[in-house]
Design a protein around this ligand. Structure first.
Ligand code: ACO
Length: 337
């Protein structure tokens, strides 16, 4: 059977590190508050002039190198981000131009923190159908220039970091499904009733104004993320646990069978609560939020790359992924690395 295998993983974070103590200098916050409530110790922020596609280019080249491929081998680029280079066109087009591979298909995914899982599923389906053989899937974000750096926005601003992660998916004829490395499958969900619990209202066509951006919009801070943290927190724990349980059950797999779990990195307390609910031993969950904060669509591939470098992700391991984010969107996937 024709399936998708991850044959390359790469990542990139900008040089500049912003610790919680650095944040204390311009926000009414404290290292103690951030660390205790979220687990975050530091995050990376892009330099002025570094765009989402710039970060993605580095991660993509890293992933291509680890796969032993060049960009000209690709059939498609899937780009997950909530911080696009521009309102339109999709950031995949900008990345494609930077990679110098005009002509291949590009597709942007607007599924926020679940973007990587949606992208993985889409890539998997294109490959299963035999449409494409080599797909670059990248999650990349530059949050820093879109955050409210005043006390008004402190609940969100302390959470987000900039970064990028990428994988290369390749078509493979799976002969031994019990042993071969491939994407086994997954499930995706959304609930638009939660759309305004975590969102950036402006610019947008639904603002009911003659102009998408005007002084009132800017003064009200509608171009910054707005979040109902408590509601999102509860929904994240519930839905990630539910989705992961369904995904494992569907594939006849137990928590004990899974070697590593990569969860979206929004809050260490969310991930600890999911692990506790499912009785997942702590050492099986690979968290990176302490170092990078929440890099939304990039958290899972960035985490996989960190785990690879640390020797905690190895060929043949059974790996479960789960994410929850704005939309609401959520899902889970299972793969043998
Ligand atoms: N520093 C100091 N104090 C703060 C900060 C801050 N950065 N932010 C908020 N506070 C204050 C609040 O004003 C409040 O003060 P008050 O008690 O005087 O009113 C107090 O701290 C407690 O605030 P809460 O919002 O109740 O804090 P909570 O324990 O809920 O933690 C947090 C907030 C960390 C944001 C949490 O709700 C959370 O992680 N939510 C989920 C985030 C998430 O999962 N996002 C989804 C993924 S992101 C995506 O998809 C784009």
């Amino acid at each position: 059977m024709l399936r998708a295998e991850i044959i390359g993983v790469g990542s990139y974070v900008p040089e500049r590190v912003l610790t919680n103590f650095d944040m204390e200098k311009f926000l009414d916050t404290s290292d103690e508050w951030i660390r205790k409530r979220t687990g975050i110790e530091q995050r990376h922020w892009a330099a002025v002039g570094q765009s989402t596609s710039d970060l993605a280019l580095q991660a993509s080249q890293d992933a291509l190198k680890s796969a032993g491929l060049s960009a000209t081998d690709l059939d498609m680029i899937i780009f997950a981000t909530l911080t696009p280079d521009h309102f339109f066109p999709g950031t995949g087009c900008f990345l494609q131009e930077k990679l110098g591979v005009a002509g291949i298909a590009t597709l942007d995914i607007r599924q926020q923190c679940t973007g990587f899982l949606y992208g993985l599923s889409i890539a998997d389906h294109f490959i299963r159908c035999g449409t494409y053989k080599k797909i670059l899937l990248v999650g990349s974000e530059v949050h820093s220039s879109g955050l409210d750096r005043t006390t008004r926005g402190r609940d969100v601003t302390v959470l987000f970091g900039d970064g990028s992660g990428a994988v290369i998916l390749s078509a493979k004829e799976v002969r031994n499904p019990e042993k071969d490395s491939f994407v086994l499958g997954g499930e995706l969900h959304a609930d638009g009733r939660g759309a305004k619990e975590l969102w950036v209202p402006a610019p947008g066509s639904a603002l009911g104004r003659a102009d998408r951006v005007d002084h009132e919009v800017l003064e009200a801070g509608l171009h910054y993320p707005q979040m109902n943290g408590k509601k999102v927190f509860i929904a994240a724990v519930t839905k990630m646990a539910e989705s992961l349980t369904n995904c494992l059950e569907e594939h006849g797999v137990t928590v004990q069978d899974v070697d590593r779990f990569f969860f979206h990195q929004a809050n260490l307390r969310i991930n600890d609560a999911v692990a506790e609910q499912l009785s997942i031993p702590r050492e099986k969950v690979f968290n990176t939020i302490q170092k990078f904060g929440n890099t939304t669509a990039a958290t899972i591939p960035l985490g996989m790359h960190e785990a690879l470098k640390a020797g905690e992700l190895k060929k043949g391991m059974l790996v479960a992924l789960a994410a929850f984010g704005s939309g609401y969107t959520w899902g889970a996937s299972l793969l043998r690395y």
